[in-house]
Design a protein around this ligand. Sequence first.
Ligand code: PMV
Length: 311
Amino acid sequence: MTQIVRAHTNIALIKYWGKKNHDLKIPFNSSISLTLDKFYTDTKVTYDKTLTEDKLILNGMPADPKRVSVFMDLIRERYNINEFAIIETTNNVPTAAGLASSASAFAALAKAATLHLDLDDESLSRLARMGSGSASRSIFPDFVRWERGHNDETSVASPIEMDAWPEFRMVVCIVNQEEKPFLSSVAMDETVETSPYYDAWVKATEIDGDVLLDALKHHDIEKLGHIAQTNALRMHASLLAINKWYFEPMTIEIMNRVRKIQTEIPAYFTMDAGPNVKIITLDKHVDELLEALPENVETIVCKAGPGITVR
Ligand code: PMV
């Protein structure tokens, strides 16, 4: 019987935004993320020599296998596999709404398609990166750093060595579950090519990463939250400078509420390529934070989640 692989999504505290090498997905800057417990993708890959193309079943329905097939071709070439496959995948993540479904999807697929090869986590991380950059981080639990590296071998994620921080929380605010207006990969490439702020983004982010690592090691929520919030705004500033944004009125409303309450409790926002807002805080402040948010927003309180698992 084919086994199911589960990979959890991750949300970046220091963002990946821009590729130096497009084909290998080598980023301009290193990034740091938290793997989340509540959102994940389950994937099963069944190779079948009678198939003449890959088949994708997404959330129980046949779907266009194009992007998945490009990744499967790469796996077939790298590991000498000669069969097409049925790929059954279920997302427990709102697809393409800036909740990083591609991270969990490509991490799960990298493992599910190579189960018989029993690759180590580092090889899996590098492979997942070729599907979607952020997927390189979803192989691992808790806090993870993706070292930008300079080639396929060196651009790889690994867990951050630190004491466990069980009080850490990320409150995901679902503003809109619909597909986003433009894909992160497209917006990212356009930012690199045309944003006058792109170089400044890369420079600032390397420094932000060092500050955040130090905050993580000392469990300093104020320092961590402040730099994560600033880093997210810097990413969005580079995008705003080319006339693109993901903010909706409710995104801004939540940002304003968080900014107001952060004078009293540690609560800091981050946003990705979509309108949803994620708020960083500690367990003991969650109730007060939820009270301060708009009533009509769905919130999901997340903790650090596990790395990739086979079931
Ligand atoms: O891995 P991609 O191509 O889905 O890009 C992810 C980009 C951000 O989510 C905005 C940032 C990040 O580091 O996850």
